[in-house]
Design a protein around this ligand. Structure first.
Ligand code: CUA
Length: 155
């Protein structure tokens, strides 16, 4: 097979770049420990309701100005829904899904995460503006996906 000189140069360049990027990512992951966490906190999705903390979903005060929200996502809702948290408090969400992959996106904030069955998802946020925040599922999860929404009331 004959390859044109430019083609050889371009192929070599592509392979060189590929190996270079893989080397950088590999070095960051394995030598510097910068890989994303995986399988850190797992849960049996069939036993969500009997596994702590999901056996008691809700809003709990855990510090002076800190709250934990334990929330279960399932087709097509959030348990609990329409939660209330005080303005300016740090809110730690602990979430899991009972069935399929759902999304947890809170409008007007940078909260936007996937909630995967079998895994526990954690995300923290401080709501500095009072108001009603729309929460939507942004991962297609079935026929009722577009209706899967709730609110966070901050006051
Ligand atoms: Cu849950 Cu889309």
């Amino acid at each position: 097979m004959h390859l044109h000189r430019y083609e050889k140069i371009w192929l070599s360049f592509g392979i060189f770049m590929l190996l270079g990027f893989m080397g950088i990512v590999g070095y960051q992951t394995f030598a510097m420990g910068m890989g994303p966490p995986s399988h850190k906190e797992t849960i049996d999705p069939q036993k969500v309701e009997t596994t702590a903390p999901f056996d008691e979903p809700g809003v709990k005060q855990i510090g002076d100005n800190e709250y934990e929200v334990v929330m279960i996502l399932q087709a097509f809702g959030f348990t609990p829904g329409n939660i209330e948290v005080p303005v300016g408090a740090k809110v730690n969400f602990t979430m899991t899904s009972k069935d399929v992959i759902h999304g947890f996106q809170v409008a007007d904030t940078n909260i936007n995460t996937m909630v995967v069955p079998g895994h526990i998802q954690k995300i923290s946020h401080t709501f500095n503006e009072p108001g009603e925040y729309l929460v939507i599922c942004n991962e297609y999860c079935g026929a009722g996906h577009q209706a899967m929404a709730t609110r966070i009331i901050v006051k």
